[in-house]
Ligand binder design. Structure first.
Ligand SMILES: NC(=O)C1=CN([C@@H]2O[C@H](COP(=O)(O)OP(=O)(O)OC[C@H]3O[C@@H](n4cnc5c(N)ncnc54)[C@H](O)[C@@H]3O)[C@@H](O)[C@H]2O)C=CC1
Ligand SMILES: O=C(O)[C@@H]1CCC=N1
Length: 274
């Protein structure tokens, strides 16, 4: 029988994962989602055909897995109210909340729990996410398998063995969709200056990013080799790449990603103290 999964929170991230689970054949009657008000639940119930509840503790009472999918700022209050229900059954806890350490969540929920902490990204909303997962020492192999199954329903899953590495995951994938969106903005602006209509430049840039990602994922060649394959000697691409390298793109990326990871570390400390 499928494990009973209860989502605390029925917003963007929970709906995306639930939608992906259902598309991959997970039984709807094994999935429950909660929110404080019925209005937030009606669309989820009607669209996804799952159980819903406005009573978190009750929804957790029969769960094998509890997915915490509320905003980090309200997590403490939500967890403390779930404490008795969770301690009575000790389900696997999976948190998709940015920044909250597994140990903090465990303490808020009463302790001694198997906790998986996940750093997802927003392309999960279209089934093309990339998530880093960390398991505390109480998580069994079967529970790891289950967490992988749930998160793979919306994209790629990579496990890290040290929790601090989720800060690096935040820099490489959690925050990274925004780097590419910035690149699209810059390419659209530059394309427009070169005379293209803005929407044409936007479509060409986005399709090119999609094509490049697909090509790199399907190929056994390293990105550097794929890059060189586009660069005819003395040609146009070589000129553009020389500009990017001379302008310090690699250094800029390293600095931006280091700043991102550093902020993730600060946020974990700030949220952990609440
Ligand atoms: N790495 C990333 O880019 C992303 C991370 N996340 C993480 O996922 C989590 C959820 O984010 P979203 O789905 O975007 O938020 P959202 O605002 O769409 O959903 C939050 C849900 O929680 C519900 N809720 C509020 N109070 C509640 C309570 N007391 N009990 C039960 N449910 C309650 C709301 O009704 C709503 O359904 C956040 O912790 C966020 O950090 C989400 C999206 C992307
Ligand atoms: O910007 C943020 O703080 C969150 C965490 C990763 C993506 N968004």
């Amino acid at each position: 029988m499928a494990s009973q999964v209860t989502f605390i929170g029925a917003g963007n991230m929970a709906s995306a994962i639930i939608g992906g689970m259902i598309d991959s054949g997970y039984p709807r009657d094994a999935i429950t989602a909660t929110a404080p008000h019925e209005e937030a639940l009606t669309p989820v119930r009607e669209r996804l055909g799952i159980q819903t509840s406005t009573d978190n503790a009750r929804a957790v009472a029969s769960a094998d897995v509890v997915v915490l999918a509320v905003k980090p700022q309200i997590m403490r209050e939500v967890c403390e109210k779930l404490r008795d229900a969770v301690q009575a059954r000790k389900p696997l806890i999976i948190s998709v909340a940015a920044g909250l350490p597994a140990e903090t969540l465990d303490a808020w929920l009463g302790g001694e729990l198997a906790v998986v902490r996940c750093m997802p990204n927003t392309p999960s909303l279209v089934g093309a996410g990339a998530a880093g997962l960390y398991a505390n020492a109480r998580v069994s192999d079967d529970q790891r398998g289950l967490a992988t199954e749930l998160l793979e329903a919306v994209g790629l899953v990579e496990w890290v063995e040290e929790e601090a590495l989720l800060e690096a995951v935040t820099a490489v994938s959690g925050s990274a969709p925004a780097y590419f969106f910035l690149m699209f903005e810059a390419m659209e602006e530059a394309g427009t200056k070169l005379g293209l209509p803005a929407d044409t430049a936007r479509r060409l840039a986005m399709q090119t990013a999609f094509g490049a990602a697909r090509m790199a994922m399907d190929s056994d060649k390293a990105p550097g080799e794929l890059k060189r394959n586009v660069m005819s000697p003395g040609g146009t691409t070589e000129r553009a790449i020389e500009h990017l390298e001379d302008a310090g793109l690699r250094r800029i990326m390293a600095e931006a990603m280091t700043a991102c990871a550093e902020r993730a570390r600060e946020m974990a400390e700030e949220l952990g103290k609440r």
